[in-house]
Design a protein around this ligand. Structure first.
Ligand code: DC
Length: 226
């Protein structure tokens, strides 16, 4: 029997990465950050000097880009054509470019295939925007993670600080709003809550409490099928 798939979707800064990583650790599952894949494609496209408006060139480049996720010392690393781009994909430029690149259907098709292949045996916690709606509509556990816009911007600034980058709270909040609007209003696989996903608002909850809640949902589903 295939082991369960835990799908965690939600807007930027909702805490998906930290929570998904923690849940995977607790369950002994593989953690997959699908945003890192879109970021890696966006980075390679930008480096090649391809304009995002040239959709066919973007897709052709995406098809030529070999993306591999690997866990090294407990951290997920992303490799693009053999190069570890884990740090390069987190710059503000790569972040900005990732949203329009991810709206291109041919890019999504390629990455969704890859995501399904990686998780074919189950036992995976996958986070993104369309995991419970498009990639794994039959996932055993679906969570839609969110938090207030203010809290999400604050967390993103904190995260950047840890990476040694000073970010302005207002500007970060504005960029996040723009990105969320674009991710939620695109034609292909927009960010929406799956009808059968459990909504978890993380405002006022600790990371540990959120992880605990998701592990409890997982255990209930797998033990009783509820
Ligand atoms: O989760 P993130 O911020 O690293 O994602 C970067 C961009 O990729 C984000 O703007 C939306 C897009 N994305 C997507 O469209 N589908 C996914 N499954 C994951 C990310």
């Amino acid at each position: 029997m295939r082991r369960p798939i835990v799908a965690i979707d939600g807007p930027a800064g909702a805490g998906k990465s930290t929570v998904a990583k923690g849940v995977a650790e607790r369950l002994g599952y593989l953690y997959i950050d699908t945003g890192a894949m879109y970021r890696a494609i966006a980075l390679q496209v930008a480096r090649a000097g391809i304009l995002v408006s040239d959709q066919s060139a973007v897709v052709a480049h995406a098809l030529k880009t070999d993306i591999i996720l690997q866990t090294i010392d407990g951290e997920q690393h992303v490799f693009a054509n053999g190069e570890d781009v884990s740090a390069a994909i987190r710059t503000p430029e790569a972040t900005r470019a990732s949203s329009p690149v991810s709206a291109i259907p041919g890019v999504r098709k390629r990455l969704v295939e890859l995501q399904r292949r990686i998780a074919s045996d189950g036992g995976v916690v996958m986070e993104g925007r369309d995991i419970g709606t498009v990639v794994f509509p039959d996932a055993e556990v679906k969570v839609f993670l969110t938090a207030s816009a203010q809290e999400r911007a604050r967390r993103r600034v904190e995260q950047m600080k840890e990476m040694g980058v000073e970010a302005d709270l207002e500007k970060t909040a504005e960029e996040m709003r723009e990105r969320d609007l674009r991710d939620s209003s695109r034609a292909t696989a927009p960010l929406v809550q799956a009808p059968d996903a459990v909504l978890v608002d993380t405002d006022g909850l600790t990371v540990e409490q959120v992880i605990e809640a998701i592990v409890a949902i997982h255990n209930r589903r797998t033990e009783t099928g509820e």
